[in-house]
Design a protein around this ligand. Structure first.
Ligand code: NAD
Length: 240
């Protein structure tokens, strides 16, 4: 493809698989990350993909980070808003901080990254934004009012921004993954996870590369007539 792509949270889990999938399809990939410098260093050493740290919930940091990527690698053609966190708990136990942090990073990150890159994509007449939502944003989940609201917001954000990009060659789509075997899901208590897997028709968790392949498709020319859509990649857990 020869395009410049930024994958937020791109050094581990689903993001790592997306970074690799886009690199394997010829993109120059920059993986943004939020925390673990050592893990990011090992990722770059193993893959040759540059990793740059900034907080996607910080508006100015996104503007500066994307400008730095453009200076070093060229105009940004593709943004994958993958960075996300959970701060689970039932409403009675959820603090305002738990609410706010999930909204700031999961949903605010999409806004911040789009503000930094969408205008350039539109001016150049080509762009791809893929936002990683969740089955729990489509169906809701006990103990996740913050996460479900943020992910549901991502699906609305996608449909609205898609309308602004459509005439300018910029597509904006979302993927709603089901449960995937990453660190995020490893944090779910085993008995809860067993019950969840029992409800997945294919009978297993997803693999990160199965999400990454769907992202790569949405970034390709094959998906040029798709915008504003949400692809469910969830093993049949929620048929939406
Ligand atoms: P993960 O916890 O393994 O990775 C999350 C990534 O986001 C990390 O690389 C982390 O550095 C980055 N990140 C977190 N906060 C950040 C910040 N403020 N700024 C920049 N980067 C930040 O998670 P994962 O399972 O790979 O999930 C990736 C995405 O997929 C998330 O948006 C998640 O909500 C979504 N998702 C995951 C599952 C699943 O089952 N794993 C299901 C549905 C949706």
């Amino acid at each position: 493809m020869g395009r410049v792509a930024i994958v937020t949270g791109g050094t581990r889990g689903i993001g790592e698989a997306i970074s690799l999938a886009l690199r394997d399809r010829g993109c120059t990939v920059v993986a943004n990350y939020g925390g673990n410098d050592e893990k990011a260093r090992i990722f770059t050493e193993a893959t040759g993909i540059a990793a740059i740290k900034w907080d996607v919930g910080d508006h100015q940091a996104c503007l500066d980070g994307c400008a730095a990527v453009a200076d070093q690698f060229g105009p940004v053609d593709i943004v994958i808003n993958n960075a996300g966190i959970t701060r689970d708990g039932v409403l009675a136990k959820m603090s305002f901080d738990d609410w706010n942090e999930v909204m700031r990073i999961n949903l605010g990150g999409c806004f911040n990254m789009a503000k930094a890159t969408f205008g350039g994509m539109r001016n150049r007449g080509w762009g791809r934004i893929v936002n990683i939502g969740s089955v729990n944003g489509q169906a809701g989940q006990y103990g996740q009012v913050n996460y479900a609201a943020a992910k549901s917001g991502i699906h609305g954000f996608t449909k609205a921004l898609a309308q602004e990009g459509a005439k300018f060659g910029v597509t904006v789509n979302a993927i709603a993954p089901g449960y995937v075997d990453t660190d995020m899901v490893a944090a779910v208590p085993a008995p809860v996870l067993e019950k969840i897997v029992a409800k997945i028709p294919v009978g297993r968790l997803g693999h990160a590369y199965e999400i990454a392949r769907a992202v790569a498709f949405l970034c390709s020319e094959n998906a040029s007539f798709m915008t504003g859509s949400t692809l469910s990649v969830n093993g049949g857990q929620h048929m939406y």
